[in-house]
Design a protein around this ligand. Sequence first.
Ligand code: PHE
Length: 347
Amino acid sequence: MKNKIDSLIKEVEVFVAKSSDDIEKFRINFLGKRGIIPLLFQDFKNISVDSRKEIGQKINALKSLIEEKISQEKKKLFQTESTIDDKDLSLPGDDLKLGSRHPISLVRNEIIEIFKRLGFVISEGPEIENDDHVFSKLNFSPEHPARDMQDTFFVERQSAFSSHTDDILLRTHTSSVQVRVMENQKPPIRTISPGRVFRNEAISARAHCIFHQIEGLYIDSNVSFADLKQTLLYFSKEMFGEETKIRLRPSFFPFTEPSAEMDVSCKICNGKGCNVCKYTGWLEVLGCGMVDPNVLENCNIDSSAYTGFAFGMGVERIAMLKYQINDLRMYFENDVRFLEQFTNSLF
Ligand code: PHE
């Protein structure tokens, strides 16, 4: 038994741990419930009385050697795992990488802030809508081309020959939110609806099947086209600069009468003509008009007592003009080289 203990002592002395797992294995091997040390103590009972003292001391010495070895190896490992002594703690730390807002969020927030100053409040609604809110109540005729599969993503479509009012679809504009507001609130109403919209378009530099809109609605007694013009002029000056001019061209939307499209003077060439404004001096920015009395009646608002104006713009388009981005797809690709350029923007 003496020899056995001596060789164990040697084994312990040469032990080197490479990982904390090694130490744990070593500990279990010697000190675990069925480990070497408990076994030695068991054998100790059968030893003759005259060698007891010597063997007992040897086993105890082995045990404390093992314990010492374990704490030594632990210390060594800890030091190699974190060499804190080698570090220069006076060096400046690594930069914290700050993210940046997406240009669409920046421009959307800026537009919202401008209209908030005029007393508009934000309203939101569902992206999956029914035909009533996207088309029917907005005075779209049953055979209007926007109700075609080529323009609209349908979720559930009734037969082409039956009434459309039960169709479920992805909203093609946020005018649907304004229908919901008109159904649920009494005038005066002054609201803007930002949100995502969906149209069945082939993706290209100039078109995408998902984009963002902000539409506005103002209903009260005596709201006139002059109010619309002044509101849009204020918006354009705030958004594109004090010198900005606007012009309104007659247009058509089923839900407004009269309707117009608004252009702003091209900031890049100051109206002289350049390739951004296609040498016209003007950039098309939004659609607008006086809310059609049919729409007011469809939403239970008395069209003999109230009038209103509405407008709608694409956020991507405004951002393209503001930052001179010439490919819509950039907004959706999440290329960090593109996104990083907006790190310093405020909103
Ligand atoms: N809803 C129209 C569109 O999506 C925009 C618009 C809104 C035009 C309000 C006139 C008035 O194109």
